[in-house]
Design a protein around this ligand. Structure first.
Ligand code: HEM
Ligand SMILES: *[C@@H]1O[C@H](CO)[C@@H](O)[C@H](O)[C@H]1NC(C)=O
Ligand SMILES: *[C@@H]1O[C@H](CO)[C@@H](O)[C@H](O)[C@H]1NC(C)=O
Ligand SMILES: *[C@@H]1O[C@H](CO)[C@@H](O)[C@H](O)[C@H]1NC(C)=O
Ligand SMILES: *[C@@H]1O[C@H](CO)[C@@H](O)[C@H](O)[C@H]1NC(C)=O
Ligand SMILES: *[C@@H]1O[C@H](CO)[C@@H](O)[C@H](O)[C@H]1NC(C)=O
Length: 428
């Protein structure tokens, strides 16, 4: 029984030795693979050199923080004060003024990161690193140090390099991110990579398999769709109810239309990313309105005159101030619980058209493909930890290998920030 998938997948998995381990990992249903070998090629991730990825010889690094404009005071990836309510960019801070990307700068699927790079909170070429990511998220958006670290570490472990801590916020730039620029140790695909951090059911990006592998380009008709839901749900506001309804709709669309739809445990992070729209983008965070002007500025959406939207570079709205209180792991856990609780969905994936297989093994709290009804924010924080340190199914029929050196690095980085959560931690 083990032989067939091993042979079929031999070209796509980095190490066959990984499989026995995967087979015993919670949440992985190998029967789906056995049943539909014809779909294996479609479940493959895009790996390998990307000749279309732009090259910018100029890597300026994030603009250094001027002591006159310290924001939350995070430098070099260290914790800041967590005290926000600060105008960004501060009047006079020209170093963080809007600077549109040039043709050689890398941008990707995350409006938060694209905006940060367009204001030099991250290196303008789109090649960044752990320290920049952790400081930028605190100083620009007033994310809590714990959440800022968690997201950055996840992204670098999945899509970047744990030795250099470098990451491309878009396409594969292995020659600039990797400790091994030749790429022989493996490619580092950047945030564009499918089913690592990026996944199906995004707000404004199409599913990978529905758009020739482009799951990172802004789609104006999808933005209009989200706005329509805002009009119908919350008088035009992109608040938590709008986002919950719209994410539910996006799931239903992917389920119906995408024969390779995958919604694994990691999709919980997509509810988290969606919560930034109403808890981080508005002026002063949840105190301000997540209105069309604010949200479209961060997404780079401009009306095209016939009901859709074009894309311009993402930017911070004028006179914008970040949230007063830091947005941390517990806060994001509570928003994931809220959105999921409004419209519970099955975790699993399509293996061909109209052939949905729910994950029927247990991953953390996820049992029979769903979260329990009474899930708490704290439960979700612990589940986020498990997502980062356990082998999680990456696609219905794909490897979910977490090489030991990557796991060790992740544990070293995130165990300290989960110390006070009460979650059971793995030992390094
Ligand atoms: C290290 C930090 C971060 C990384 C690596 C990161 C990466 C990503 C990635 C890969 C996606 C695509 C997920 C998908 O497929 O839907 C995404 C989506 C998103 N991110 Fe980030 N993100 C980070 C921080 C932030 C912050 C601080 C904000 C807001 C202030 C933000 C706002 C968003 C939003 C709104 C989306 C949804 C976009 C859509 O679905 O159209 N992100 N992020
Ligand atoms: C939402 O409502 C506003 C105000 O009525 C209107 O201008 C806009 O066209 C509507 N957008 C969509 C997508 O329905
Ligand atoms: C505007 O966007 C809509 C939806 O994506 C599209 O159907 C329409 O052709 C676009 N119009 C123009 C003038 O680009
Ligand atoms: C920003 O604030 C300045 C000073 O208070 C004001 O003159 C300007 O009109 C504001 N701009 C916007 C877009 O609100
Ligand atoms: C899990 O799903 C597979 C494929 O649908 C099925 O063959 C298997 O019996 C299921 N296992 C359980 C415990 O329900
Ligand atoms: C999951 O399904 C199994 C088999 O049908 C059942 O015994 C178990 O009680 C279910 N668990 C939950 C939490 O629903």
């Amino acid at each position: 029984m083990m032989l067939l998938p091993l042979l079929v997948l031999a070209h796509h998995v980095p190490s066959i030795a990984a499989w026995p381990w995967i087979a015993n990992a919670p949440g992985i249903d190998l029967s789906a693979m056995y049943a539909h070998p014809e779909n294996f090629p479609n479940q493959r991730r895009q790996t390998g050199l990307d000749p279309t990825c732009p090259f910018n010889p100029d890597h300026p690094g994030a603009a250094p923080f001027d002591p006159q404009y310290p924001y939350t005071g995070s430098i070099d990836g260290l914790p800041g004060t967590g005290i926000g309510g600060i105008q960004v960019p501060a009047p006079g801070d020209t170093a963080h003024a809007f600077t549109p990307p040039g043709p050689n700068d890398i941008r990707g699927p995350c409006p938060g990161m694209n905006t940060a790079a367009n204001h030099n909170f991250l290196s303008h070429d789109g090649i960044t690193n752990l320290a920049e990511l952790v400081s930028a998220q605190q100083n620009l958006y007033n994310l809590h140090f714990d959440l800022a670290t968690f997201i950055a570490v996840r992204a670098i472990a999945l899509d970047g390099d744990v030795v250099t801590t470098k990451l491309s916020i878009g396409c594969d730039a292995t020659e600039r991110t990797s400790i091994d620029p030749t790429g022989t140790l493996g490619r580092e695909p950047g945030l564009n990579a499918h089913n690592k951090f990026e996944g199906d059911t995004s707000l404004t990006r199409r599913d990978y398999f529905l758009n020739n592998g482009d799951a990172f380009t802004f789609q104006g008709d999808m933005f209009a769709d989200m706005y329509r839901v805002a009009n119908e749900t919350s008088n035009g506001l992109f608040d938590r109810d709008t986002i919950a309804v719209y994410r539910s709709q996006r799931y239903d669309e992917s389920l119906a239309e995408n024969p390779n739809f995958y919604f694994g445990p990691k999709a919980l992070l997509l509810y988290g990313a969606a919560s930034f729209v109403y808890n981080v983008f508005p002026v002063f965070g949840p105190e301000g309105d997540a209105d069309i002007d604010t949200i479209s500025t961060f997404f780079g959406a401009v009306p095209n005159g016939s009901g859709g939207y074009d894309h311009v570079p993402e930017r911070i709205p004028e006179n914008w101030s970040n949230r007063r209180t830091a947005y941390g792991l517990l806060e994001i856990g509570s928003e994931i619980a809220y959105q999921y609780g409004r419209f519970p969905k099955l975790f699993g994936g399509n293996v061909g058209t109209n052939n949905f297989l729910a994950l029927n093994t247990t991953f953390g709290l996820i049992e029979n493909g769903t979260l329990p009804n009474e899930v708490t924010a704290k439960d979700l924080v612990c589940l986020l930890y498990q997502l980062a340190v356990d082998n999680v199914p990456g696609t219905v029929a794909n490897e979910a290998e977490l090489p030991l050196e990557v796991l060790t690095w992740v544990l070293t980085q995130i165990n300290p920030i989960f110390e006070n959560t009460g979650c059971p931690l793995k030992i390094t």
